[in-house]
Design a binder for this molecule. Structure first.
Ligand SMILES: Nc1ncnc2c1ncn2[C@@H]1O[C@H](COP(=O)(O)OP(=O)(O)O)[C@@H](O)[C@H]1O
Ligand SMILES: [Mg+2]
Length: 301
């Protein structure tokens, strides 16, 4: 497909679900919104900047980087959001040297027929589309979300349940990555996976950095709740005060212990939707509604 058609409202080649020019004001927010253990963001930002800024020079060294960074962890732990935030953060840091293209790839958006069209599309993406996109701006970041769908571990994929196509897709991704690294050593590929055990070993080996995001601990849950309650109170002033009620927040955090960040983030929304009266007037949500919503979340987990 001709890349001249890749623009804001264009039909992207298969697999690509978004192409953004960064930095852009409306991409502010995600990086700060995800709470991570100390040092994790610094490491992530450091490795990314190193590849984007010095990938070409480092390519001449033994043990040159592959330009691949992986985030792994259970669903709802902020992996996708953090990658989106990282793209903007990196773009801001590199802005004096020019803009950054952020390409989002969804493995589920590739053709999945049995005739080899999927693997062909994967290879074409890495051999043609991404190099063409990378030639447009000085910096390029490619996010391959839920990469386990493409890089299925070949050693455990059964030929009965997984057609040969699965193996071909993994081979195509690996060949594609190697090709991209040779032609564009300064491109950063970010991958997320909900299930690192299902990702092909050869792919994990290529990662320059693998970071694990876990379920939030109690303190993190409490902080997410405080943030969400404060944001909600800015929209519905009746909720003012809830975020500052330390006992309530601690009690809710205890009830939500073990749930992922996405479900914690949704608690207030879930309380607002728990009864028609609250839905019509969300400012009336009180401590008991939040406790009941937390118990309901728990019960359905
Ligand atoms: N550690 C966290 N800190 C703050 N919010 C979080 C955290 N983990 C998840 N969330 C919330 O859950 C939402 C969904 O996360 P997402 O990036 O889609 O997770 P994943 O890609 O790991 O499934 C985020 O936008 C955020 O609101
Ligand atoms: Mg995700």
């Amino acid at each position: 497909m001709a890349l001249s058609s890749v623009g804001p409202a264009a039909n992207y080649p298969p697999g690509i679900v978004g192409v953004h020019a960064l930095p852009a004001d409306h991409h502010e927010g995600p990086w700060e919104s995800i709470l991570t253990p100390p040092g994790l963001k610094e490491r992530l930002l450091g490795t990314s900047l190193l590849i984007l800024r010095h990938g070409r020079a480092l390519g001449q060294l033994n043990g040159a980087p592959h330009g691949l960074v992986l985030l792994s962890g259970p669903p709802g732990t902020g992996k996708t959001t953090l990658c989106q935030g990282l793209a903007q953060k990196v773009a801001l840091a590199l802005a004096p040297r020019g803009a950054t293209t952020f390409v989002e790839i969804d493995p589920h958006a590739f053709p999945s027929d049995m005739l080899g069209e999927g693997p062909r599309a994967v290879l074409r993406l890495f051999s043609d589309t991404l190099p063409e996109l990378a030639a447009r701006r000085p910096h390029t970041i490619v996010l391959v979300d839920e990469i386990e769908a493409l890089a299925v571990r070949r050693s455990t994929a059964s030929f009965e349940t997984n057609p040969v196509d699965v193996h071909r897709a993994t081979d195509a991704l690996l060949s594609g990555l190697d090709l991209l690294r040779r032609t564009c050593p300064q491109v950063l590929v970010l991958g997320t996976t909900n299930f690192a055990a299902a990702v092909d070993e050869a792919f994990l080996d290529r990662a320059d950095l693998v970071l694990r995001l876990g379920l939030p601990d109690r303190d993190t849950i409490a902080e997410i709740l405080r943030q969400t309650l404060a944001e909600s109170a800015a929209v519905f002033p009746g909720l003012a005060g809830l975020a500052d009620d330390g006992d309530l927040v601690a009690d809710l955090a205890e009830r939500l212990d073990g749930l992922d960040g996405r479900r914690v983030r949704k608690l207030v929304l879930s309380a607002m939707g728990s009864r028609p009266e609250l839905a019509l007037d969300p400012g009336r949500v009180g401590a008991d509604d939040l406790r009941a919503a937390a118990d309901a979340e728990r019960a359905s987990a």
